[in-house]
Design a protein around this ligand. Sequence first.
Ligand code: ZN
Length: 330
Amino acid sequence: MKKCVKCGLDENYTGITFDDKDVCNYCNFYEKHKVEINDEKSLELKFQEKIKRAKELASKNGAKYDCLVGFSGGKDSTYIIYQLKNIYNMRVLAFTFNNGFSTQYGKDNIENALSKLNVDHITFSMDDLKLRKQYSMCVKMMKNFCSVCFHNMHYYSYLFAYQNKIPMIVNGRTIGQILQCAEDTDRIEPFETSMNLKDFEHQMFKGLEERTEKSGKIEYLKEIDHIEAVSYFAYHKVSEEETMKFLEEKIGWKRPKGVSGHADCWAHAMAEYLSIQKHGHPIRKGELAVLIRQGDMTIEEAEKILEKDRENFQEVSMETKEKFYNRIQV
Ligand SMILES: [Zn+2]
């Protein structure tokens, strides 16, 4: 099987092409833009400009909050809320989308974080039948359901931000998640941010958002076109370990125990299982390739992590499967 000589991604990876030296399109894009992606000083300035603009707009709009942050209770969103509030003096509204997949560990982390972060918080649950229909459709068509949580989390973030005149939404996508399929700068941070839901989802879905909109199955809040979506980690280089240590010290955050870093979602094993079935690789393959390009990891180290994921997730227990299909059943 053909593999990229720089990052190790193989020919089965989504959207991959190779040049005559067997280097993939994603490595070539990264190579061309690596100075801009890693220039921490100018990224910080860029970020501060966005913060300043959001504060001015919020004040002009008479909004109670400067930004809305999707809050899962995981380390990334918790870290971002802490930074926005305490370093950037933002008035933050934390927003949790309740999808029915959260674990006791996740719930405890949310409760602990909220008792220390001192921000307003809302939890939102959508029409459960509608949600089940979306999960079932996506599992059937794409062997994927994380995209449903992602879409609804951001759909309702946009709706709430709009209703409360909040000019900015900050999210906790990692640089690996942002760049894993980046081959041009169009609507990709830190090059370009998006001002509406559909453009923001381009960063995740790479054109699939156009097709789902045309099919009429997914709605994109077309009238809302002036709220900036900002990924904190596109402007700040912080490792997973640094994030966790920081939170342990500052707010007594608890590390997840067990095999995966997604201990706040009980269906994560199922998502990995479906990814291996469909793509032949665990979910984080593309994210690790970004770390390889950045020189933070070798191909061998990434392969070891993926091998462990494969061992853990190529089969899931009957119990988990039953629980999952019960949850999404219409
Ligand atoms: Zn590559």
